[in-house]
Design a protein around this ligand. Structure first.
Ligand code: PLP
Length: 398
């Protein structure tokens, strides 16, 4: 046994409350720390490591790309951008993509696009509808769209132009927007990831789609966490049979290489003109290759169907093993984004999980979140449950 001790980082800003381990290498859904201790990965780098670690098809492609060309700037055409844009737009039934590097950057682009859409048709002070429990990022724009006061407070004035409403209540949306000529769009996560794993109901998303069509508002979906196969479809909104006007992606898109995107349809795809938006790193040859290879490998290996199957297995097993424990409020989710809501704050479980060799996260204080690599097997899912059950049982008995 190795000691479970603090890892000192005196020169790094203390922006994170970290689990005191340092990871060194990974293989599939396993990770090893600098002391050689093994962990089962039910976090996937927060829904980022789509293909797990050291994937035998992904790594050689990335190595080849690094040797060829990493970055060249958007002064020049990057063929990979057209390739990845085509792969994404075909799968989303949308028209055009813009590439960046992170989730907040994608949402920032979506917000700018929606505002410009409004300004172009004469709305000087555009307003975007956002939701209780929403998380869209930590830039000044995206944190203003975010609900959590812990994210928003302490930084002075927030950005104006957001109107917040409760989820899954079409009457609340109609009432809040009635007679407001400044609304330009409605922005939501199909499954709120950081906000506690709250899904938007399919019927509600269809109602919002219809309302957006009727009022010429853009329906903007933040699929940074729920997209790229996480729920067993390419994008979580596809369960509701709708198509948004704008969708943001990041996290799982590059299997660990930073890549973000917005994908847009119809009029929304034509809003940005040369000079309106840009970013230095966005769409570089390395990140484009990571996105292209992620999609190629997901298809070759049937990972959408696999995610649906293993996710259903994991959720059923969690419901069966944890459902009857006093203090377990609900097990919910779709595919391999699963939340286990407890009746008390459970951040303390993170360190205990790591000690027991299991990595996961806690979101909205009381929800254990499992977002493992999409390659996780049923046997590994069973192992997650076997490790998690005693941790939760003991914690709730305290
Ligand atoms: C993680 C996340 C973001 C922010 O992404 P970053 O890459 O951390 O900026 C935005 N929206 C959702 C839904 C997320 O899960």
């Amino acid at each position: 046994m190795t000691a479970f001790t603090e890892v000192a980082q005196p020169h790094v800003m203390t922006t994170y409350g970290r689990v005191p381990i340092a990871l060194e290498r990974g293989q599939g859904c396993r990770l090893w720390d600098v002391n050689g201790k093994e962990y089962l990965d039910a976090l996937g780098g927060i829904a980022v490591n789509t293909l797990g670690h050291n994937h035998p098809k992904f790594v050689p492609a990335i190595q080849e790309q690094v040797a060829k060309l990493i970055h060249c700037s958007n002064y020049y055409n990057v063929p990979g951008q057209e390739q990845l844009a085509q792969l994404l737009t075909e799968r989303a039934k949308m028209d055009k993509a813009f590439f960046c590097s992170t989730g907040l950057e994608a949402n920032e682009a979506a917000i700018k696009l929606a505002r410009k859409y409004g300004v172009d048709k004469g709305i000087a002070n555009p307003v975007i509808v956002v939701y209780d429990h929403a998380f869209h990022g930590r830039s000044l724009g995206t944190m203003s769209a975010t609900a959590n006061p812990k994210v928003r407070e302490g930084f002075g004035p927030l950005l104006e132009g957001f109107l917040r409403i409760p989820a899954n209540d079409i009457e609340a949306l109609k009432k809040a927007t009635a007679d407001n000529p400044n609304i330009v769009g409605v922005m939501m996560e199909p499954i709120q990831g950081e906000g506690g794993l709250h899904p938007m109901r399919a019927e509600y998303m269809q109602q919002v789609r219809a309302l957006c069509d009727a009022n010429d508002w853009l329906m903007i979906l933040d699929e940074v966490q729920s997209g790229m196969g996480r729920t067993g479809k390419w994008f979580a909104h596809q369960w509701a049979g709708i198509v948004p006007d704008v969708m943001s992606l990041a996290k799982g898109l590059g299997s660990g290489v930073p890549v973000g995107a917005i994908v847009a349809k119809g009029k929304a795809a034509e809003v940005f003109k040369p000079g309106n938006h840009g970013t230095t790193f966005g769409g570089n040859p390395l990140s484009m290759r990571a996105g292209i290879e992620t999609i190629r490998i997901m298809e070759e290996d049937g990972l959408l169907a696999h995610t649906t199957k293993v996710g259903a297995h994991l959720k059923a097993k969690l419901q069966q093993e944890l459902g009857a424990i006093t203090g377990v409020v609900e097990v919910r989710g779709e595919g391999l984004i699963i939340g286990i809501e407890l009746n008390k704050p459970c951040g303390a479980l993170l360190n205990r999980g790591a000690e027991a060799g299991l990595l996961f996260s806690v979101t909205a204080d009381t929800v254990v979140r499992l977002v493992p690599p999409l390659i996780m097997t049923e046997a590994e899912a069973d192992e997650v449950v076997a490790k998690l059950k005693p941790l939760i049982q003991q914690f709730l008995a305290e």
